[in-house]
Design a protein around this ligand. Sequence first.
Ligand code: ATP
Ligand code: MN
Length: 464
Amino acid sequence: MIRNGQYIKDLFQLAPGTKATAHGWVKTRRDSKGVSFLQINDGSCFADLQIVIDAGVADPAVLVQATTGACVRVPGTMVESLGKGQSVELRAEGLEVLGAAPPETYPLQKKRHNLETLREFGHFRTRSNTFGAVFRVRNALAFAVHKFYQERGFLYVHSPILTTSDAEGAGAMFQVTTLDMMNLPRDPATKGIDFAQDFFGRPAFLTVSGQLEAEIFALAFTNCYTFGPTFRAENSNTPRHLAEFWMIEPEMAFCDLEGNQQVAEEFLKYLITYVMDHCKADLQFFQERYEPSLLPTLENVANNQFAHVTYTEAVSILEKSGRNWEFPVGWGSDLQSEHERYLTEEVFRKPVIVTDYPKSIKAFYMRANEDGRTVRAMDVLAPGIGEIIGGSQREERADVLVDRIREMGLDEKHYWWYLDLRCYGSVPHAGFGLGFERMMMYLTGMKNIRDVIPFPRTPGHADF
Ligand code: ATP
Ligand code: MN
């Protein structure tokens, strides 16, 4: 195996004259006057290592196999590089091709492919410049998420993926069953499907959110967070929605909506700063290839205060905009993507936290305001993305919560344990959910959410 000191990123640190062996996959190959030049990459950094193979060094039968996509091992000596960019390259003293990649059939040849085409080659797109950078950033971002919360004493909780409770009616759920589809058991009384015979004795689903379970943990561990996959069977083919995505959901006891906003802002800035510090070359690449204003935008967000506006104020800004909205604006209707983007991209030109939404468009668990018509909800909107975080202060009063559950037409029996938390040791608490892939889009400037997750699941697509 490859150990520290042997990755290509480590070889770049070696002084000229040092012996080294490089391992990786060939990105490109060029031949000139009997000398072969291979660019190889092992995923450890953005830069490819240049390998120079002088005439006669490699067995000709092996050398012909060192084409784009092939896996190679090359012993040699690091030498000063004459080409631009890298300071060192490897002068080969041998060549092994561990796995050839016949050029007649290898799908990813040198020419640049568009992102749609690359999606069809989910098993090879990982070797391209773009996806190398995407998944290094994703790795750094996941690490930064844990680092942020661990440094602040938050407990990491694994919320369940299989669940029998509908978190909030937030999104359509995927049902999970072991019943025989061809021969469904019927309940003689209702004629409906008899889920008593199903695996869990009742209908079960893939979770849409770990929030309700995180609240159990916050009311024992004070501050906690989840970081795991969530699922929504929304049949919406947008560049911002996946059927399987990752969400980070912190939940804080002794916390109100102000504290919640502070954590959200601190968290987003921390993630941006961490990735800018640790993935410089990758971000530079995204800026050059995909989003010319990426680095200035990220720097701006990391170093400035977010804007704050109530839903009521936001609606009035939108009404006064003089725009012809596709979706009508009016107090009581939810903000659509076009409204969110107008606020964050044109009015404030930075992330905006919108708070205090009408209770009729938000979930039952959000804390009611004194005005009787709004709740302590918050959405964080980011330029280019729209909603990136959704959260709220939670209703901690048992009687108010029961009223809300009934008002929303939900069955309080299903929420017995959630209500118990309000009856025994209740405390004001708050939390939010950050869509991990939405954050990835923001950090990379990638415009389609399918290109920031290893294996995207969307309606009609679950390959690899
Ligand atoms: P949207 O209005 O964008 O569909 P939502 O209101 O359904 O989002 P929440 O239920 O508040 O979102 O989920 C919390 C966060 O999870 C969102 O702010 C967003 O970052 C992310 N998110 C929600 N749905 C998806 C999805 N289908 N794919 C990827 N990320 C998502
Ligand atoms: Mn949604």
